[in-house]
Design a protein around this ligand. Structure first.
Ligand code: FAD
Length: 277
């Protein structure tokens, strides 16, 4: 049986972006995903665009899961957003703390994602399936791996149904993390987040910010590809397909792809994994 898959988009800024995302979705829909999620800009900066993308996905007959982040939001703002989503029949949320935009000082009413999860449960009961973030290689701000794991458990105990991980290229980091979670009684599905390799400069930039390690061997090989995008993508396709194969073989409950609103490489990965059948 194929693992459950889901796809993450960012809300497009332009009409051209909206059209491109529509086409991307059409291609990825062929893979029969469980849901499409749409990110939420820090401090609600993409609130309307996230909503527009989510409602369009839903109108096409797919399950749409908006991301919602607590940082720099007030309780009233979150309540109003939850009510709007409920009125549109949205049933799944990806709940995050978010990161403060540079220069922003007010952290709002939610310092951590666990507080937002508790707040959503307190006000909407079991009205939403709640997904949260997990970090097999440890969140970059965490005091230690142990402290991060403890905070992850608090977030799960607050009412998360499942987790999606930050991306990684070392399958062992994921399996070790899942193992540690099980040892402390975390029994929700932990779905690996998979970042296809589109562009080395961009990947290095993302990884610097979010703490996802690009192993030395991989970094050196990607650097060797230089401006030869075709070689980089062909090599990246091998690496990410191999990672997905290991994850599936090791029992990962699904795969969540960071699409960057593109379908080509993911369709290739899916074809190699036999997920397109
Ligand atoms: P938390 O779970 O709150 O953890 C953040 C840090 O605080 C960790 O270091 C944790 O150990 C620590 N911590 C938690 N609780 C406590 C406590 N009680 N005391 C002390 N320390 C504590 N960002 C966006 O802005 N928009 C998005 O749409 C978005 N989507 C994402 C989707 C996925 C699948 C992932 C993995 C990340 C996403 N992010 C998004 C990024 C995310 O917002 C950042 O990684 C952010 O820095 C942490 O969010 P979190 O929900 O994991 O926070």
């Amino acid at each position: 049986m194929n693992p459950e898959i889901s796809f993450e988009f960012f809300p497009p800024k332009t009409e051209e972006g909206v059209l491109k995302l529509r086409e991307t979705r059409k291609q990825l829909a062929l893979l029969n995903p469980k849901f499409f999620s749409v990110t939420f800009g820090a401090g609600g900066s993409t609130r309307d665009r996230t909503m527009d993308a989510v409602l369009e996905i839903q109108a096409e007959g797919f399950e749409a899961a908006p991301h919602i982040s607590g940082i720099s939001s007030s309780k009233d703002e979150i309540l109003s957003l939850l009510q709007t989503y409920q009125s549109h029949g949205i049933q799944r949320l990806v709940v995050l703390r978010g990161d403060l935009p540079s220069g922003e000082v007010s952290s709002g009413d939610f310092a951590y994602a666990s507080q937002l999860v508790s707040f959503i449960r307190a006000h909407t009961g079991n009205g939403f399936q709640i997904e949260v973030a997990a970090y097999p290689e440890t969140h970059p701000e965490a005091r230690s791996a142990g402290a991060d794991l403890k905070h992850f458990k608090t977030k799960v105990d607050a009412g998360a149904n499942a987790a999606i991980t930050q991306y990684f290229y070392n399958a062992d980091a994921y399996f070790q993390f899942v193992d540690q979670c099980q040892k402390i009684g975390i029994d929700i599905p932990i779905v690996p987040g998979v970042m296809p390799i589109y562009n080395y400069t961009q990947l290095a930039r993302f990884s610097n910010v979010c703490g996802a390690e690009i192993p030395r061997w991989l970094r050196l090989r990607l650097e060797d590809c230089g401006d030869d995008i075709a070689s980089l993508r062909a090599f990246g396709l091998d690496v990410v397909t191999d990672l997905c194969e290991k994850l599936i073989a090791g029992g990962a409950p699904g795969l969540h792809f960071y699409t960057l609103n593109q379908s080509g490489i993911i369709s290739n990965i899916a074809e190699r994994l036999g997920l397109n059948k």
